[in-house]
Ligand binder design. Structure first.
Ligand code: DX5
Ligand code: ZN
Length: 262
């Protein structure tokens, strides 16, 4: 897989300390952060932006994001096409310090993983459904390349499927919609999956962050945070709002209110 690629000093790599979102995540990943005062990170999904103006859409966030979430779809693993390595490389060039979170919804990890490692993204998440027997090798290979490694589960996939890789996962992505398209409604039952992962993390001493992706908006983000989600992905809700930067701030307020009331 991607093990042959050399490690370069890019923000969001394993030793990163300089960027807010990555630093906040570091406290979780090192197990030193206080879990009593949780901070939820926000990762706007660029799939929700106007594809002709992605750079302007990012700039329109006014720096109020933690990570940039980049969906990679191959038209085979999911029934849609989205971004490729050229976009990942262009993002890295223009935003050298950004934490770029690449969500791979693809088959052929043998071909594609090394390309995304070379594109210098910060984290690569692969789906548990892709090639179950290669899942451990894929995550190990990503980490050996100096990047963070995530495992994603579709809404119909149970926690048992990801269990063999939980000890090496930096992140577990719970899809809250069917992978492939933005603009769908959150499937409420997936919140239970996040709660299961919180319990497992505590019981078994794992260090992964829990990410949820799909259909998250101002109405449900509080419930998503209460279910234990550490990293909220939001595509259409943020980019269709008239002021995406202010929208992210209002999402943070909703999260704070929900956690304070709990
Ligand atoms: C769907 C993607 C999501 C998508 C989320 O397969 O993984 O990241 O962009 O978009 P919304 O927030 O519109 O559901
Ligand atoms: Zn995604």
């Amino acid at each position: 897989l991607a093990g042959q690629t050399s490690v370069r000093p890019v923000s969001g790599r394993l030793d990163c300390q300089e960027e807010d979102g990555a630093m906040e995540a570091e406290t979780y990943w090192k197990g030193t952060g206080s879990r009593t005062r949780r901070r939820v990170l926000f990762a706007p999904s660029l799939l929700g932006a106007d594809p002709l103006c992605v750079g302007a859409a990012i700039d329109g966030l006014g720096g109020r994001y933690d990570w940039l979430h980049l969906d990679i779809m191959d038209g085979h693993f999911v029934r849609n096409l989205s971004f490729g390595t050229a976009m990942a490389r262009a993002l890295r060039r223009r935003y050298p310090d950004a934490f770029i979170d690449a969500h791979l919804m693809v088959d052929r990890l043998d071909v594609l993983l090394p390309l995304f490692v070379d594109a210098e993204v910060s984290l690569i998440t692969v789906h548990a459904e892709t090639e179950p027997q290669l899942l451990h090798a894929a995550l190990s290979s990503i980490r050996r390349s100096g990047l963070r490694a995530g495992v994603a589960m579709g809404p119909a996939t149970g926690v048992e499927r990801v269990r063999p890789v939980l000890e090496i996962a930096d992140l577990v992505l719970v899809m809250s919609v069917t992978p492939g398209f933005g603009g769908q409604s959150l499937i409420e039952a997936t919140l239970e999956r996040s709660r299961d992962l919180v319990r497992l993390r505590a019981a078994e001493g794992h260090r992964y962050l829990i990410q949820m992706d799909g259909g998250i908006n101002e109405e449900n983000v509080g419930r998503v945070a209460l279910a234990g989600c550490d990293v909220v992905v939001t595509g259409s809700a943020v980019f269709q709002s008239p002021d995406p930067g202010a929208f992210l701030e209002s999402m943070r307020v909703k999260v704070k209110e929900a956690l304070d009331d709990a």
